[in-house]
Each structure stands twice: as structure tokens, then as C-alpha cells.
Design a protein around this ligand. Structure first.
Ligand code: SAM
Length: 180
């Protein structure tokens, strides 16, 4: 299983960002989003998209993110601009998690942690890998997208969706949606 933990959420300011962390996790191959604290308010929006466009994908809310990380039985990746470059770590992470070329996993479960504002120093120590998508400051959504794409080596783009009410039919022009 690949889960994404969204740490921290500033009410008002982070609504769209937390939603987009969840939607990006879903679209790009993770199995679950875990929203900490006030970020839990975004769970319905993410579940609604899953109901409409398919799964499997689940959303969980936790009021104790520290305990969640501590109790995680598997590999932990913390995405941070202060970490080691993804291009140096990706082979090792893929091996630990056992991602195959088809994007399936045979190794340990993976928790990917992204922050909102400052993340506690403890997390840097708890993480098996502190991974930087460049050492430049940018965004949790962008770093998550690049990380997942490297983890699955592009295979997530071909993922099939189950139980979708709506499926977009790719078109060069216009919008075509198939309703179930
Ligand atoms: N200054 C903040 C800090 O000290 O962590 C960064 C806040 S940043 C807006 C929010 C989140 O985006 C971070 O917690 C991290 O997960 C992610 N992030 C931002 N830049 C990143 C980068 N270059 N590589 C990996 N993750 C990044």
C-alpha cells in the first residue's frame, strides 16, 4: 500500500492545497490519503471525486499524525526541500517498496509525508528517506506528483479505474464524458 499523509493545514488558507494533495495522490497511483487535523475537512471533496471518477482510493482522517507516523509499519518518505535529491534515492526507495515495472508492489508499505508549513524536526529523524524534488522551495502538490511518477516509473498513467460513474473519453478537441 502507498499512503500519503498530509501534515498541517491552515484553515482558510490551505483548503485547495489539501484537496489537491488528496486528488493528486489518487490520480497518480497512491492507495490512500491521510489528512491530519483540520485538513480532515477536505475528505468529503476527495471522496466525492472517487465516487464519481472511480477508485479504489480511500481517505482517512487522523488527529494524531505523530502517532500515525510512529506506528507506521513500513517505509517512510518525507518530501522536503532539505532532503537528498530524488534522483539519488529513487532506485533505493523503489527497491525497498518493491515497485515493479507494472507499478505493483511486492515490498513494504510506503507512507509519503508532505507538510504545509514548518514540519517538526522529529519527522526528519523518523523518515527512512528525506527526499528533495530539487533543493528549491516549491509545493507539496508538485513534489508529490513528481515523486509518485518516479516511484511508479510512469505506469500510474495507465491505471484503470473501478466503479466510476463518469469516465472521460480522451479527445483532441471538446469534452466527452461517458456516464454509467
Ligand atoms: N518552508 C517549509 C519547510 O520548512 O518545510 C516548506 C513549506 S512548503 C510550502 C510545504 C511542503 O511542500 C513541504 O512540507 C514539503 O513537503 C513540500 N516541498 C516544498 N518544496 C519541496 C521540495 N523542493 N522537495 C520536496 N518537497 C517539497
Amino acid at each position: 500500500e502507498v499512503a500519503v499523509l498530509r501534515l498541517g493545514h491552515r484553515a482558510g488558507r490551505d483548503e485547495r492545497t489539501t484537496t489537491h494533495v488528496g486528488l493528486t495522490a489518487r490520480a497518480l497511483g497512491a492507495d490512500r490519503a491521510v489528512l491530519a487535523g483540520a485538513g480532515g475537512s477536505r475528505s468529503e471533496t476527495i471522496e466525492d471525486i472517487t465516487n464519481r471518477f472511480g477508485g479504489p482510493f480511500s481517505v482517512e482522517v487522523t488527529d494524531e499524525p505523530q502517532a500515525y507516523v510512529k506506528d507506521w509499519d513500513g517505509t517512510i518518505v518525507h518530501l522536503t526541500m532539505y532532503g537528498l535529491p530524488i534522483q539519488e534515492l529513487e532506485a533505493e526507495v523503489r527497491q525497498a517498496v518493491g515497485t515493479t515495472e507494472q507499478g505493483k508492489q511486492r515490498g513494504s508499505d510506503l507512507l509519503i509525508v508532505v507538510g504545509a508549513e514548518k514540519v517538526s524536526f522529529e519527522l526528519y529523524e523518523q523518515a527512512d528517506y528525506n527526499v528533495a524534488i530539487t533543493n528549491q522551495p516549491h509545493s507539496e502538490i508538485a513534489s508529490l506528483a513528481v515523486f509518485l511518477d518516479r516511484l511508479f516509473d510512469g505506469s500510474e498513467l495507465d491505471r484503470e479505474w473501478v466503479d466510476a460513474e463518469q469516465t472521460v473519453l480522451p479527445r483532441q478537441e471538446g469534452k466527452q464524458v461517458e456516464e454509467r
